[in-house]
Write a protein that binds this ligand. Structure first.
Ligand SMILES: C[S@@+](CC[C@H](N)C(=O)[O-])C[C@H]1O[C@@H](n2cnc3c(N)ncnc32)[C@H](O)[C@@H]1O
Length: 245
């Protein structure tokens, strides 16, 4: 079963909106307030890359920021348009989206950067982010490292959804640095839908090197505490003051 991440998130958008869209929200807001906000002007224009169903974009616009959200999945963006009506929401791929705006900061939250499909895609994504930042702008993201996948990606889960259920099989392949989620959506009166999502498991060294070769100076790659431990790290990087075209 091969599937494009956009198809996975399109199929599961309603479930994501009802369930997972707020799981990381408090953590993201706390980290934002502690690590990014001190660098921003009050009404800064922010890029929410892989904005999903837009709960973070909604919180940021309520705080007075201007927010542009980019996501691959039209299904996720449809929810984001309801949740975050003040945000500008655009369909786009992380390494190729092209906007005229330049941002004080870009955010990429809740495992989204792990959707880069390997080191080269990560570098292309960081280069694209850097090109959308103002000189000296910040990139704020989280990443799940190998220990996080080892801890939480070998399991199955069945979740009730409106009119049916969704079964998910999570699988981590350490040798290939990949993690998968195979989801089967069974809704009454509808054909069964099977979709796959893949994440890439980057080492800290790969992340350091990808930032360096994308013109982003890594300020920190520090564990985000959690109980149970999440294996998630906060990435904070700054674009140089003298940006190349
Ligand atoms: C785990 S969700 C996180 C959503 C949101 N940031 C949050 O905190 O809830 C990952 C999001 O990344 C998007 N995504 C996956 N691959 C992408 C890509 N290559 N380019 C842009 N968005 C992508 C998905 O559509 C999905 O909305």
């Amino acid at each position: 079963m091969e599937s494009h991440e956009g198809q996975f998130y399109d199929a599961l958008a309603a479930l994501y909106n009802d369930d997972w869209g707020t799981v990381y929200l408090d953590t993201a807001r706390r980290l934002f307030a502690a690590h990014l906000q001190p660098h921003l002007t009050p009404n800064a224009h922010l890029l929410d890359l892989c904005c999903g169903t837009g709960q973070l974009a909604a919180a940021l616009t309520a705080d007075g920021y201007r927010v542009t959200g980019v996501d691959l999945s039209p299904g996720m963006l449809a929810h984001a348009r309801i949740n975050a009506p003040a945000a500008n929401l655009v369909t786009g791929e992380m390494s190729t989206f092209a906007l005229d705006d330049r941002f004080e900061a870009a955010l990429c939250c809740f495992n989204s950067l792990n959707h880069a499909r390997g080191v080269r895609h990560l570098i292309r994504t960081l280069l694209n982010v850097r090109q959308h930042l103002l000189p000296g702008g910040y990139f704020f993201a989280d990443l799940v490292l190998a220990e996080g996948y080892a801890h939480s990606w070998n399991r199955t889960a069945t979740v009730d959804v409106l009119g049916g259920e969704c079964q998910m099989v999570f699988r981590y392949e350490p040798r290939r640095q990949r993690a998968y989620c195979d989801a089967t959506l069974r809704l009454e009166g509808q054909p069964q839908v099977q979709v796959r999502m893949r994440q890439h498991v980057f080492s800290p060294k790969e992340v350091y090197e990808a930032c360096a070769s994308s013109g982003l100076r890594l300020e920190s790659l520090s564990p985000i505490p959690g109980d149970p431990p999440t294996g998630r790290v906060l990435l904070l990087a700054q674009a140089s003051q003298m940006l190349q075209p």
